[in-house]
Design a protein around this ligand. Structure first.
Ligand code: GLU
Length: 476
C-alpha cells in the first residue's frame, strides 16, 4: 500500500500554527514512509475564503519546507484540488446516494426540526435521536445521510486508541444543502476517498466529525482510512491557544525573522518527541524515525518564549557567513537605508559577536545601528539606570583622555587602556564600563564594548563620549 496523506486548510485566515503542525506531521509521515503528501484547499466557505489567504498558506508551507507532491499549486492526477472546483462531483455523489437509498431528501423546516430536538431533550435523549428519515418521501430539499442504527461506530485511532460512538447519537446529517452546496462532511469525505487518502491526521477538534465521515465512507463503498487525531494546542496558561498568547500565524514568525528550521523543529515537538528530552534535531533525523503512533494524546503547549530560545540556538549554530548574509536585510531595515562596502566591512568585524547575542534576526539589526547612524536620543531606561549615578562624568572624562592616546585603535589596545583606568580609579567593570556603552550606543545592549569601539572608530567614539559629558553637564 502506498501511503497518501493530506493537509486541508481553509483559506479563511492565515496559516495557523495548529494547521502548520498538522501539515508537518502529515509531511513527516509521508516522507518517512516514502508516500505522498497532498495539499487540498477546503474553500467551500465562499464568503470567508480569499485568494490572499490561500497564497499565505502556500507561502508559509513552502517557507517551512513542507513540499507537497500533489495539490493546489503543483497539480496532479485529480485536477485542481480546491473544493470549490468540485461542486458537481459532490452533487453527483449525493444524488447517487439518494438513488441507492442510503440518503434522502428532507424539506422539513427549521421549526419542525427544532421541535424534534426539543422532544429529544425532554425525553433526555441525544438530540440526534429524532433527526431520522420522515415517513413520507419527498424529492426536494436538503439531502441527509441515513445513519445505520444497528451498530456502533468504532475505530482505532493511531493516537487515541479505540474510539467508539453510539450510532443513535449520530443524527442523519445533511450532506448537501438545499442550495446545492456540500457540507464539510460530504466534501471532505468524497475528496479523501477520491484522492485515495490512506491516513487522515488532523486536529482533535475534528474528532466529533469522524464517525460521520466513517459512515459516509462506508455508504460510498470505499475503504476506511486510518485516523490520527492530533492533540490540541494550548497556551502556557493552559487555555486553548489564541491570539492572546502571541502570534498564531506562521507568516508572522517568518516576518519577525524566525528561521524556518527552528520553527520546523519547534512545531515537531508539539505532541511528539524524537528521543526523550532531546529538543534539537534536524529535519532528516525527524523523517528517519517519525511515526503517527508515537504522537502523544496529551495536550501540547505552544510557548513562544521556548520557540524564541530555540531560534537563538539555531542562530548560534549557523555558519558565520550564513549568519552575516541572513542578518544583512535586518541590519539595513534597522539602519533605515542601504549600507555601502566599508560599512559592511565594519559589520563583519562584530558579526560573530552579534551572532552569539541574537535570538531573532531583527535583534542583530538593533544591536549595530549605532555603528552606522548617530542616535537621536539615549534610551531613557539605560540613561536613568547608568548615567545618573555618582561619578559618571569623571569616568567619562578619564576614559576620553585615555582613549585619545590609544594606538593602534583596536579592541585589544582599547581594552588595555580602559582596564588600566578601572584599576587606577578602583572601579569594577560594570560600574566603570556601562557608562561608556550608553555613551557610544545610546543603549545598554550592544556587542562587547571594546570591539564595538574598535568598529565605531576613534573619532566617532570620542565624539560620543564628549556628547555624553555635555549631556551630563547640561550643555549637551
Ligand atoms: N479544513 C479543515 C480545517 O482547516 C480540515 C479538514 C480536515 O482535515 O478534514 O480545519
Amino acid at each position: 500500500m502506498t501511503v497518501r496523506l493530506r493537509v486541508a486548510p481553509s483559506p479563511t485566515g492565515h496559516l495557523h500554527v495548529g494547521t502548520a503542525r498538522a501539515a508537518l506531521f502529515n509531511w513527516l509521515y509521508a516522507r518517512h514512509t516514502g508516500g505522498s503528501f497532498i495539499l487540498r484547499i477546503d474553500d467551500t466557505d465562499r464568503e470567508r475564503s480569499t485568494v490572499e489567504f490561500e497564497e499565505d498558506i502556500l507561502d508559509s508551507l513552502r517557507w517551512l519546507g513542507l513540499d507537497w507532491d500533489e495539490g493546489v499549486g503543483v497539480g496532479g492526477p485529480h485536477g485542481d484540488y480546491r473544493q470549490s472546483s468540485r461542486y458537481e462531483r459532490y452533487r453527483d455523489v449525493a444524488s447517487s446516494l439518494v438513488e441507492s437509498g442510503v440518503a434522502y431528501y428532507d424539506n422539513r423546516t427549521p421549526d419542525e426540526l427544532e421541535a424534534l430536538r426539543r422532544r429529544a431533550v425532554a425525553e433526555k435523549l441525544h438530540p440526534a435521536h429524532y433527526i431520522r428519515r420522515p415517513a413520507t418521501a419527498v424529492t426536494e430539499g436538503a439531502i441527509r445521510l441515513s445513519v445505520p442504527q444497528e451498530e456502533a461506530v468504532v475505530f482505532d485511532d493511531l493516537v487515541r486508541g479505540r474510539v467508539s460512538f453510539e450510532a443513535r447519537d449520530i443524527d442523519d446529517f445533511v450532506i448537501l444543502r438545499t442550495d446545492g452546496t456540500p457540507t464539510y462532511h460530504l466534501a471532505s469525505t468524497v475528496d479523501d476517498v477520491d484522492y485515495g487518502i490512506t491516513h487522515v491526521a488532523r486536529g482533535e477538534d475534528l474528532l466529533p466529525s469522524t464517525p460521520k465521515h466513517i459512515v459516509l465512507t462506508r455508504a460510498l463503498g470505499a475503504s476506511q482510512p486510518e485516523y490520527a487525531h492530533l492533540p490540541l494546542l494550548f497556551g502556557t496558561d493552559g487555555k486553548k491557544l489564541s491570539k492572546r498568547h502571541g502570534a498564531t500565524s506562521l507568516s508572522l514568525y517568518r516576518d519577525e525573522g524566525y528561521l524556518p528550521e527552528a520553527v520546523f523543529n519547534y512545531l515537531s515537538l508539539l505532541g511528539w518527541s524524537i528521543d526523550g528530552d532531546r529538543t534539537i534535531f534536524s529535519r532528516d533525523e525527524a523523517v528517519a524515525v517519525f511515526d503517527l503512533v508515537d504522537v502523544s494524546r496529551n495536550p501540547a503547549v505552544f510557548d513562544p518564549d521556548k520557540l524564541a530560545w530555540l531560534n537563538g540556538e539555531y542562530i548560534r549554530a549557523m555558519e558565520p557567513s550564513d549568519f552575516t548574509r541572513s542578518a544583512r536585510p535586518h541590519v539595513e531595515r534597522a539602519v533605515g537605508r542601504q549600507l555601502h562596502e566599508e560599512e559592511w566591512a565594519k559589520f563583519d568585524t562584530v558579526s560573530a559577536l552579534v551572532q552569539e547575542r541574537t535570538r531573532l534576526l531583527p535583534e542583530a539589526g538593533d544591536q549595530v545601528v549605532f555603528l552606522f547612524e548617530d542616535f537621536a536620543e539615549y534610551d531613557p531606561a539605560a540613561w536613568d539606570k547608568v548615567m545618573t549615578k555618582e561619578g559618571v562624568a569623571g569616568i567619562l572624562s578619564s576614559a576620553r583622555d585615555r582613549l585619545t592616546k590609544v594606538d593602534p585603535w583596536d579592541a585589544g589596545t582599547i581594552e588595555t587602556a580602559l582596564r588600566g583606568m578601572l584599576e587606577e580609579m578602583g572601579l569594577g567593570a560594570a560600574k566603570g564600563l556601562q557608562p561608556l556603552r550608553v555613551a557610544i550606543t545610546g543603549s545598554s545592549v550592544s556587542p562587547p564594548l571594546f570591539e564595538s569601539m574598535a568598529a565605531l572608530g576613534r573619532d566617532k567614539t570620542l565624539e560620543r563620549v564628549e556628547r555624553a559629558i555635555g549631556q551630563l553637564s547640561g550643555t549637551g
